[in-house]
Design a binder for this molecule. Structure first.
Ligand SMILES: NC(=O)c1ccc[n+]([C@@H]2O[C@H](COP(=O)([O-])OP(=O)(O)OC[C@H]3O[C@@H](n4cnc5c(N)ncnc54)[C@H](O)[C@@H]3O)[C@@H](O)[C@H]2O)c1
Length: 330
């Protein structure tokens, strides 16, 4: 199979690539397992290092460049994981960039799939940011989309495009509404949610981190391990599992930010806990509090998607997968 990951050298893209190569197979549209022969990682430059594997090819380019996409998506392309995006804080600060990458890029990618003509499976990374405004205590797919950020708006439109291009038979698409993914290793990014990872990652690696929201702020989260396995699972399910609605709310666990800090204390002791500095930022609080706090995802549960056990499990996964490399970052 020829598989493309856009945003393939980003945080989730790299992990998805590793997991896909370890597994070595995907299910095709006839329900048969087939070997992954080529894995194309498409991202804007400069490209981060990729694992040495003869199946990997890297392509540097802009997701909003239709010529680059025409070279990337060919009649041989079987599967596309569309992860390239600018994150929430950046899309809010730079309206033109957000719409160009997150909306025009998605539309052009789907057009490239349509032009290639073999109806590839497309898995689109959407977000809880599609919901917003006056939300009920528990949010599920029955809640109307009312994004309160440019990023959420772009993801909501992306979902509709995936649905429509699937309905028309140009792709076999599925869009997953991902919870905020913790713990993200490396440096903070420009997502409004970046602190949820920073307040775990930095204190455990021996550095201070600012928490810009109140301890009682509740967030719906998922670990990278769960999200990567969900992306692969979503790919492998038959189109009939989704029916007419190609957007799927993934499950996540809910936790108050103060409880995340307590879990840091459990994992790293009093010293680590004291490295969390509480400095509320109303702009971040406003965005984060517009997102769902409790998720209901019965359709995903029935399709075999599961949430992590809780924040301690997500932190344990970070310690196992990433803490050593994190400590080595200067
Ligand atoms: N991490 C989360 O908490 C989370 C939550 C919900 C949804 N998502 C979505 O999942 C996807 C992956 O997120 P991530 O956390 O890995 O983010 P990331 O920023 O690490 O990865 C996104 C990748 O897209 C690339 N990109 C940006 N602009 C591009 C352009 N013009 N052309 C080509 N590539 C471009 C970036 O270089 C980056 O490698 C994104 O679509 C994001 O919106 C992530």
């Amino acid at each position: 199979m020829r598989v493309v990951i856009t945003g393939g050298t980003g945080f989730l893209g790299r992990r998805l690539a590793r997991s896909l190569l370890d597994r070595g197979r995907l299910v095709d549209h006839e329900g048969k397992e087939r070997a992954v022969e080529t894995l194309l990682l498409f991202d804007k430059g400069p490209l981060a290092a990729t694992p040495p594997d003869r199946r990997i090819e890297t392509r540097e380019g802009d997701i909003a460049d239709s010529a680059a996409l025409a070279r990337l998506i060919t009649p041989e392309t079987d599967a596309v994981f569309h992860l390239a995006a600018v994150v929430s804080g950046e899309a809010e600060a730079d309206t033109d960039l957000g719409y160009r990458v997150n909306l025009d890029g998605t539309r052009l990618l789907l057009e490239a799939c349509r032009a290639a003509g073999n109806r590839p499976r497309v898995v689109f990374a959407s977000s809880l940011a599609v919901y917003g405004g006056e939300l009920p205590a528990t949010v599920g797919e029955e809640v109307p989309l009312s994004p309160q950020s440019s990023y959420g708006t772009q993801k909501a439109i992306g979902e509709l495009l995936v649905n429509d291009y699937s309905r028309k038979g140009y792709i076999d698409g599925r869009a997953l509404r991902l919870p905020t993914v913790v713990v993200r290793p490396g440096r903070p990014n420009r997502a409004a949610s970046t602190f949820a990872s920073s307040i775990v990652r930095e204190p455990l690696a021996g550095r201070e981190a600012i928490c810009p929201v109140k301890p009682e702020t509740v967030m719906a989260l998922s670990s990278p391990r769960r999200v990567v396995s969900a992306l692969l699972r979503a790919h492998d399910l038959p189109a009939s599992a989704f029916g007419a609605n190609r957007s799927l709310q993934l499950p996540g666990f809910s936790v108050a930010v103060g409880e995340i800090a307590e879990a840091v204390r459990r994992a790293g002791g009093e010293e680590a806990y004291r490295r969390i500095l509480w400095q509320p930022d109303p702009a971040i609080e406003r965005i984060v509090s517009s997102w769902p706090q409790q998720l209901s995802a019965p359709r995903a549960a029935a399709l075999g998607f599961a949430a992590d056990g809780g924040i301690d499990e997500a932190i344990a996964a970070f310690i196992e997968d990433d803490l050593e490399a994190q400590k080595a970052l200067s």
